[in-house]
Design a binder for this molecule. Structure first.
Ligand code: FMN
Length: 230
């Protein structure tokens, strides 16, 4: 079974690398060297798979704005299945003073990693738009929206596209961030720019699982470079 995954993941890596070859709006991750596919298969175990679906109390994402309309607020929206992207989102929210919002599917994904691989691949093949559990309140109050997600088969989870296509991005600044086993943004940045038509997309930050222990410093450096640190 593992050999089959290794084969498919190898194909996915190759496609994802080929697709992101010309991408400029990313830093870290997307152009990183590719470890063996087995590293991906073994690193994303389902042990922490329920974290994203049921965040801890202090990590509870809020769909409510703490920023009054018109004050140019910051929103940190993220999708996370096993907690890595959520961790990055929390750091970004702390360093920008932004509000957190979890992009969660109305029907939670399975907690079984192998099943999830199949489901994610099928959703991509169907170009699905899974319904979401929550909406952002006071969307108009945000000027800057960070959008974070894991790499799933070289792209963003389809629920992220549902999120992007649910709002008017005219005049907004979108700042992507990503976690992955190794492939960074993959081909997702193209899809994001299309689905968030009207947004100005800034340089993103992609961290691999191995880079997550340095996330605080990496995020600080990145935000400083963008002039978005609080
Ligand atoms: C369905 C699925 C597909 C994945 N595909 C890739 C991939 O193509 N390339 C990669 O580097 N990592 C891949 N990963 C690993 C995740 O991107 C990585 O573990 C990420 O940090 C998980 O983020 P999360 O904890 O926020 O869900 C995949 C994981 C899952 C569950």
């Amino acid at each position: 079974m593992k050999k089959v995954w290794t084969f498919f993941l190898s194909i996915a890596f190759v496609l994802s690398l080929a697709a992101c070859g010309g991408t400029a709006a990313s830093s870290g991750g997307s152009a990183s060297s590719e470890p063996a596919a087995s590293a991906f298969a073994s690193s994303a175990q389902p042990a922490a798979s329920s974290e994203a679906a049921e965040p801890s109390a202090d990590a509870e994402p809020s769909a409510e704005s703490e920023t009054p309309a018109g004050e140019g607020g910051t929103l940190v929206a993220y999708f996370s299945w096993s907690g890595n992207t959520q961790q990055m989102a929390q750091i970004i929210a702390e360093q920008t003073g932004g509000d957190l919002f979890e992009i969660a599917p109305a029907t939670p994904y399975t907690e079984d990693y192998d099943e999830l691989l199949d489901i994610a691949q099928q959703e991509q093949a169907e170009d699905a738009r899974p319904a979401l559990a929550d909406e952002v309140e006071n969307w108009d109050s945000y000027d800057t929206v960070f959008v974070g997600y894991p790499n799933w088969w070289g792209d963003a989870p389809m629920a992220v596209y549902t999120f992007l296509e649910s709002y008017d991005w005219t005049g907004k600044t979108l700042v992507p961030f990503n976690t992955s086993a190794s492939s960074g943004f993959g081909r997702s940045l193209e899809g994001i720019a299309q689905s968030a038509a009207g947004a100005t997309v800034l340089e993103g930050l992609a961290l691999t699982e191995g880079e997550l222990p340095d996330a605080q410093d990496r995020v600080t450096e990145w935000l400083d470079g963008l002039g978005l640190h609080e």
